[in-house]
Design a protein around this ligand. Structure first.
Ligand code: SF4
Length: 693
């Protein structure tokens, strides 16, 4: 009550950075976020009292003077301020004209995992019902699309199978690969470190000696992009030595013989030759994992962002199945999802060109009937273009209009010079965001949106847990929640959405999306720890870990899908002798639109850098902190050298968060054929010193 008296508001909410989904109380006063305090323990299933530096100090961006406060309309090279009516009318006019002249599929919609579930549901509804285009996608395409499809093919649901606290926090053994967990999912990493201190085994396989490696039972340095070899090698060694879970395989899986045959060539010697991981390390890890009662297999974009990303995920899933580590507590497949709401908004809500909300088949007539009955419009029943393909279609002039909600493709697409050219070819671009991002600079109309600190809604964290988001402050100027903007826009096109807030949108989700059938706002109010999907009706308590009874297939059995070997697309050569890989740092987030506006975070890491092994730095004549030019076949950037031994001398690293020295000037547009994820993780480059500063 003291807080209320002094005009301070407290919101019990969910972090808007990573998908660990930490809960805390966010305090605000007079439109300004004041800070974050730990929440009541019942309401913090993932984090107890902890938060990382981003959760604790990273909300200052909300107060930034650079927030968009009014709609903007392009006027030559500049923007001018506009009213909401003017801006929305303009979008309606331009998109309608493009549709009339070129058909529905000349327009694409990009949705955002930063936004709430309700907003993402409406973004895909705006695409499918209002604009009737099949081209709707979101940033999940660029981070874990290969996880989603790899897990759908093997176990059924494209999601983490287990819980953070009770399972990841209490398992007997970990295999962590392609995840710099301490930097990217700090609170989750703390759980792992605590459990390792209490005796759990931890195996880290990674090209870089990341923070977690310091705590590992064994760290094994891998070569970027060569993961299928060592994963298949582990499976081979386990089967060869009769360490596989025969009963589990017999009762719960199919196609084991196919797997057995496929992994046959991957002897420890062969793996050593392909990956540099010694036979001794490989067999020790394989045997410990196989003998452990429970094991968690954790990964992130080091596994997924490859032109063979789906096969990497299949290989991990095969290993978990061979060792029987599914359908029981303290075990499971744990993709560490990136953004706050990428599981829900990017996946479950279906803003994707190949699936309706809840991963429902968009060619199934009964499902299409259900949506048509609710919306009065039948959703397009063909797969649209995936995000990177949309940029090709823009370049070729097939897509002419684009509506982007909360995404920054001018920094996040691979080969951004190509992406920029594609965007410049559009007849019309509308961007809805909280800042004038690098992408919004290209827009014809910019709409000011509310941040997560200013609205109601839900986020779904990486363990499928749906949690409430609540406002601590009001939005600056005329900015509005994405939900309201989308509803206003739908109205311009003659669709009266008439939602009475996010709870009402969730009621529609309950009706149309079976895995969210029982996730109502009433229940979320009285269930502070949230609900984990599948949660099919009001009496369903939700599903803490998946596949206890059966896998998500008609016959209930998991499938082994053998992973064919593949390496990186681009290998070092004389001209581009170094392998560049990418990742996050603790103090920043994705394209940095929020964290680059927070002084506390910028004080720690103010600019882009390239980490170079001391031996290589010597060879190149580069000293620490000197600016260097990094060049690939796509382009070149200038960035600061950080001379440090984290990888082999031939491997260098650049974080993904910066507009100057942007790594995606260098990356390539090679796509995984199943998930269409780009090969961000391996790029051939050369480095030249630019002399002392
Ligand atoms: Fe937010 Fe993730 Fe940090 Fe938790 S670990 S405070 S969810 S960024």
């Amino acid at each position: 009550s003291d807080a209320r008296l002094s005009g301070v508001t407290k919101a019990e909410t969910t972090c808007n950075y990573c998908a660990v989904g930490c809960r805390f109380d966010l305090y605000g006063k007079d439109g300004e976020v004041l800070g974050v305090r730990p929440a009541d323990e019942d309401a913090t299933p993932a984090n107890d009292f902890s938060t990382c530096v981003k959760g604790k100090f990273g909300y200052d961006f909300v107060n930034s003077p650079n927030r968009l406060k009014t709609p903007l309309i392009r006027d030559g090279d500049e923007f001018r301020e506009a009213t909401w009516d003017e801006a929305l009318d303009r979008i309606h006019e331009e998109l309608s004209r493009i549709r009339e002249e070129n058909g529905d599929d000349a327009i694409a919609v990009t949705s955002s995992s930063k936004c709430t579930n309700e907003e993402n549901f409406l973004a895909q509804k705006f695409a499918r019902q209002v604009l009737h285009t099949k081209h709707v996608d979101n940033c999940a395409r660029l981070c874990h699309s290969s996880t989603v499809v790899g897990l759908q093919q093997t176990v059924g649901y494209g999601a983490m199978t287990n819980r953070i606290n009770e399972d990841i926090g209490k398992t007997d053994c970990y295999l962590i690969t392609g995840s710099n967990t301490t930097e990217s999912h700090p609170v989750l990493a703390t759980r792992i470190k605590q459990n390792v201190r209490d005796g759990a085994d931890l195996f880290v396989f990674d090209p870089r000696k990341i923070g977690l490696a310091e705590h590992a039972t064994q760290y094994s340095r891998t070569k970027p992009g060569e993961d299928i070899a060592w994963l298949n090698g582990m499976i081979h060694h386990i089967i060869e030595n009769d360490l596989h879970d025969e009963e589990f395989i017999e009762e719960k899986t199919k196609h084991f013989d196919q797997l057995k045959e496929k992994v046959e060539p991957f002897t420890p010697e062969k793996v050593e030759e392909l990956t540099g991981v010694s036979a001794e390390e490989l067999t020790y890890a394989a045997e410990t994992i196989a003998k452990a009662d429970t094991c968690i297999f954790g990964w992130a974009m080091g596994m997924t962002q490859h032109a063979h990303g789906t096969r990497n995920v299949l290989a991990v899933a095969n290993l978990a199945l061979v060792t029987g580590n599914l359908g029981k507590p303290r075990a499971g497949l744990s993709p560490f999802r990136g953004q706050n709401n990428v599981q829900g908004g990017g996946g479950d809500m279906g803003p994707a060109p190949h699936t309706l909300p809840g991963y429902q088949d968009l060619t199934d007539d009964a499902i299409l009937d259900k949506f048509e009955e609710s919306w009065g419009v039948r959703p397009p029943d063909e797969t649209g273009l995936r995000l990177p393909e949309q940029y090709d279609a823009m370049e070729e002039g097939h897509i002419k209009g684009m509506f982007i909600m909360g995404e920054n493709p001018v920094l996040s697409e691979p080969d951004i010079r190509g992406a920029e050219k594609a965007i410049e070819k559009l007849d019309f671009l509308a961007v809805q965001d909280i800042f004038l991002t690098e992408t919004a600079e290209f827009a014809d109309v910019v709409l000011p949106a509310a941040s997560a600190a200013e609205k109601h809604g839900t986020f779904t964290n990486t363990e499928r847990r749906i949690q409430r988001v609540r406002p601590a402050v009001s939005s600056p100027g005329k900015a509005k929640p994405d939900l309201e903007i989308l509803a206003d826009l739908a109205g311009r096109f003659g669709f009266d959405w008439d939602y009475d807030g996010p709870a009402d949108v969730m009621a529609e989700i309950n009706d149309l999306v079976p895995i969210y059938g029982g996730v109502t706002y009433d229940r979320l109010e009285s269930t502070p720890e949230g609900l984990q999907w599948p949660c099919e009706d009001e009496s369903d308590p939700g599903t803490p870990y998946l596949y206890e009874e059966e896998f998500n297939f008609d016959d209930g059995k998991a499938r082994f899908v053998p992973a064919d070997y593949a390496g990186p697309v681009e290998l070092p050569d004389e001209e581009y002798p170094l392998m560049l890989t990418s990742g996050r740092v603790l103090y920043h987030w994705h394209t940095g639109t929020m964290t680059r506006r927070v002084n506390v975070l910028m004080d720690h890491v103010p600019e882009s850098f390239v980490t170079i092994h001391p031996e290589m730095a010597d060879q190149l004549g580069v000293t620490d902190n000197e600016y260097v030019r990094v060049t690939s076949r796509r382009g070149d950037i200038v960035t600061k050298a950080n001379v440090e031994e984290t990888s082999d001398p031939g491997v260098v690293f650049i974080p993904m968060h910066f507009a100057h020295g942007a790594i995606n000037e260098l990356t390539q547009h090679e796509l995984d054929p199943t998930s269409y994820i780009p090969e961000y993780k391996v790029t051939s480059v050369r480095i030249q010193p630019l002399g002392p500063n």
